[in-house]
Each structure stands twice: as structure tokens, then as C-alpha cells.
Write a protein that binds this ligand. Structure first.
Ligand code: GLN
Length: 189
């Protein structure tokens, strides 16, 4: 049976577990290098990217995650998770896994965008997705391997590079399971 891990250092962990259980897969919190060896896919949740990044290095998880990514394990980062997956973080020094060829801008929606909801069109989805943004980043400057799945005027909010996806928004805080289903389809293939 497919087993998906949620990186459980800080942030929205239980919400992702709940979404995945509704889709009928095993979902477990992960926080050690051994945990990372025993999953078929990983979600890096939203939270505070500097905190998660620091804890990831302290617990020696960054190398384990990078090794599994190199073997082809699918990874999905939401919000802070998107920041942690990006190769370039504008105007900020912080640890990153550097697995997605994009530049990320933190808190890209400014003060009034602290918390914002809007319907977005996602490439390949048959209906708009209700996206919830909380102090969200956007991605810009995508490399040639990056597939842009959704954008807003500020920049890219959903993208894919091979088996790694990232969204600025938080599908785990809404009702729609389609983005999680999209990730499970990548793991299943
Ligand atoms: N603004 C946060 C950061 O830069 C991300 C916010 C979130 O994950 N909801 O890490």
C-alpha cells in the first residue's frame, strides 16, 4: 500500500494527513532519516520556512530527502514547503533543498495578502480550484524543466518539475481533494 510521509517538524501536518486519509492512502508524520527511507512520497507542509529549514538540517533530514528525491521519490511542498524546495530565494539567506529550478519571493502578496482566497485555474483540472493563501510566496524565473500549472498576477502559484510539485496555496485547509489526488497520481505512476 502506498505510504505518504508529512514532514512533521513544524506547520500544518495533521491537515495533510486528514486529506490523504480521505483519499484512502496511509499518511504518517515523518521526522527522522529512517522515516524518510520508508515512504513512497513526501509532503513538506506550510509553516515558517526558516524554522523548518533549520530543524531539517539539525535532524540531518536534508540529505536524506535529497537522496530520495534523486532516486525519484515524489515530493510536494505547500507554501513554506515551496520555499524550502526552491533553488533561489530572493533577498533571504536560509537553508533550502534546492530541488526546483525557480526563484521564490517570500510573502509576495504584501500586507493585505496576509490571508487571501481566490479561485484559480489549474492546468489539466476541469474546474477552478479554491486556493487559500497565507503569507504566501510566489515563484518566478522558472527553468526550462519547470511546468507552470497555475499563476496569478504576482507570479507562479503551482508548478511541477519532474516528480516534484509545489503550491503557494494550502489545499489542506480547503475541502477540495484534487491537488492531493494529483500528487498521489504522480506517486502511483
Ligand atoms: N511566510 C512563510 C515563510 O516564508 C510561509 C507561510 C506559510 O507557509 N503559510 O516561511
Amino acid at each position: 500500500m502506498m505510504k505518504v510521509g508529512i514532514l512533521a517538524l513544524q506547520g500544518n501536518v495533521s491537515e495533510h494527513i486528514y486529506m490523504l486519509k480521505r483519499l484512502g492512502v496511509e499518511a504518517v508524520p515523518v521526522k527522522t532519516p529512517l522515516d524518510i527511507m520508508n515512504i513512497n512520497g513526501l509532503i513538506i507542509p506550510g509553516g515558517e520556512s526558516t524554522t523548518i529549514g533549520r530543524l531539517m538540517e539539525r535532524f540531518d533530514l536534508a540529505n536524506s530527502i535529497k537522496n530520495r528525491a534523486a532516486e525519484g521519490m515524489p515530493i510536494y511542498g505547500t507554501c513554506a514547503g515551496m520555499i524550502l524546495l526552491s533553488k533561489r530565494i530572493r533577498d533571504h539567506e536560509q537553508p533550502s533543498l534546492a530541488l526546483l529550478d525557480v526563484t521564490v519571493l517570500r510573502n509576495a502578496f504584501g500586507r493585505q495578502g496576509d490571508s487571501m482566497e481566490t479561485d484559480i485555474d489549474i492546468k489539466g483540472f476541469d474546474s477552478p480550484f479554491h486556493a487559500i493563501f497565507i503569507r504566501a510566496p510566489v515563484a518566478v524565473e522558472p527553468g526550462p524543466e519547470v511546468e507552470v500549472l497555475a499563476s496569478v498576477p504576482e507570479g507562479i502559484v503551482f508548478l511541477r518539475e519532474k516528480k516534484i510539485i509545489a503550491s503557494s496555496f494550502h489545499p489542506e485547509l480547503g475541502e477540495d481533494l484534487k491537488v492531493h489526488k494529483y500528487f498521489l497520481d504522480i506517486i502511483g505512476n
